[in-house]
Design a protein around this ligand. Structure first.
Ligand SMILES: C[S@@+](CC[C@H](N)C(=O)[O-])C[C@H]1O[C@@H](n2cnc3c(N)ncnc32)[C@H](O)[C@@H]1O
Length: 262
C-alpha cells in the first residue's frame, strides 16, 4: 500500500476495496461507461463474432455479457475481486462466460497465445503501482495470440480533475500531473448528481505511462482515441451540460501484440 493510503487508513477514514463498493454500482448514474466508453471499446476492438475475447477487470461482467450477445465464440471474464466475480456469475446465470479470479495477478487458467482479443474498461487506474500495472500487461501479452488486439480505456489523465456527469475525482493535495502512483478519491454520482459517498481510491498515471506500458510489454500502438460527450445525440439524450461536452473523459489505446519472430 502506498504511504498516502496508509496515512488515509490510519486516520480512520478507511479506504474501501472496489469489491466493497459493489452496491454503489446500482445507485450510480453510470452514463459514461454505457454511453461513451463501451461504444468506444466496440469501435476499437473490431470484429467480435466468432472471436475468443477476454474482458480483463470485468467487474460485474456487464460488458462481458454484451460481448457474448454480440456473438463472440468464447468470452472469459477476469477480475481480482472475488466479490465481483460472484456478482458476475449471479447476474447472468444463462451465459456461457468463463469467469475467473486472478488473485495473484497471474492468469494461470489461460494458456499462452490462446485469446484473440482483450478489452479492459477502467481497470488500470486501480493499479497502486506501475509494477502492478506492468504485471497485468505482461500477462495479457502472454495469453494473446500474435497480432491479437488489446484495447484498454482509462480515465483521461489530463482532465482527471474535471470529472464527468456521473463521477468526480478528488485529490487531497493540489493536482500535479507528473506525480504518479498518487491516490485520489473516485466518487460516483447518482442520477440526481448526489455523491455516493464510498471511500474508494484510484491512482494517477500520465498518458505517457499508459502508452509506454503497452510498448514496453510487447505491443505496438495501432490507435488512440480521446473519448467524450462530443456526439450531440448522446449529449442531448442525457442532457449533458456544455461544460462536459468540451473535453474527453476517457482515453482509449488500441494495441496489437507483436509477432515474436520480428
Ligand atoms: C471500475 S471497475 C470496471 C469493471 C468493468 N470493466 C466495467 O467496465 O464494468 C474495474 C475492475 O477492475 C478490477 N481490477 C483492477 N485491477 C485489476 C487487475 N490487475 N487484474 C484484474 N482485475 C483488476 C477491479 O477489481 C474492478 O472490478
Amino acid at each position: 500500500m502506498s504511504e498516502e493510503l496508509t496515512k488515509i487508513n490510519n486516520s480512520g477514514d478507511r479506504e474501501k476495496r472496489w469489491g466493497e463498493t459493489v452496491g454503489s454500482y446500482f445507485e450510480a448514474a453510470d452514463i459514461t461507461n454505457e454511453e461513451i466508453n463501451f461504444p468506444a471499446i466496440v469501435r476499437g476492438i473490431g470484429d467480435i463474432e466468432g472471436q475468443t475475447i477476454l474482458d480483463y477487470g470485468c467487474g460485474n461482467g456487464r460488458f462481458s455479457r454484451k460481448i457474448e450477445l454480440m456473438k463472440a465464440k468464447r468470452v472469459i471474464g477476469v477480475d481480482r475481486e472475488q466479490s465481483m466475480i460472484d456478482l458476475a456469475r449471479k447476474s447472468n446465470p444463462d451465459s456461457q462466460i468463463e469467469y475467473h479470479v486472478n488473485l495473484e495477478g497471474t492468469m494461470a487458467f489461460l494458456e499462452d497465445n490462446s485469446v484473440d482479443k482483450v478489452m479492459a474498461n477502467l481497470v488500470f487506474m486501480m493499479s497502486p503501482t506501475k509494477e502492478d500495472m506492468s504485471q497485468a500487461f505482461r500477462e495479457v501479452q502472454r495469453v494473446l495470440k500474435e497480432n491479437g488486439i488489446f484495447v484498454y480505456l482509462v480515465t483521461h489523465s489530463a482532465f482527471i480533475e474535471k470529472g464527468a456527469p456521473d463521477y468526480r475525482n478528488q485529490f487531497d493535495e493540489p493536482f500535479d500531473y507528473f506525480a504518479e502512483e498518487k491516490p485520489y478519491r473516485f466518487i460516483l454520482l447518482d442520477s440526481q448528481g448526489k455523491e455516493i459517498n464510498e471511500k474508494f481510491y484510484d491512482y494517477h498515471y500520465t498518458l505517457a505511462t499508459y502508452l509506454n506500458m503497452a510498448i514496453q510489454s510487447g505491443f505496438t500502438i495501432v490507435g488512440v482515441e480521446e473519448v467524450g460527450y462530443n456526439d450531440s445525440n448522446v449529449a442531448e439524450r442525457h442532457k449533458i451540460s456544455q461544460e462536459f461536452q468540451k473535453f474527453p473523459q476517457s482515453f482509449m489505446v488500441v494495441s496489437k501484440k507483436l509477432n515474436a519472430s520480428k
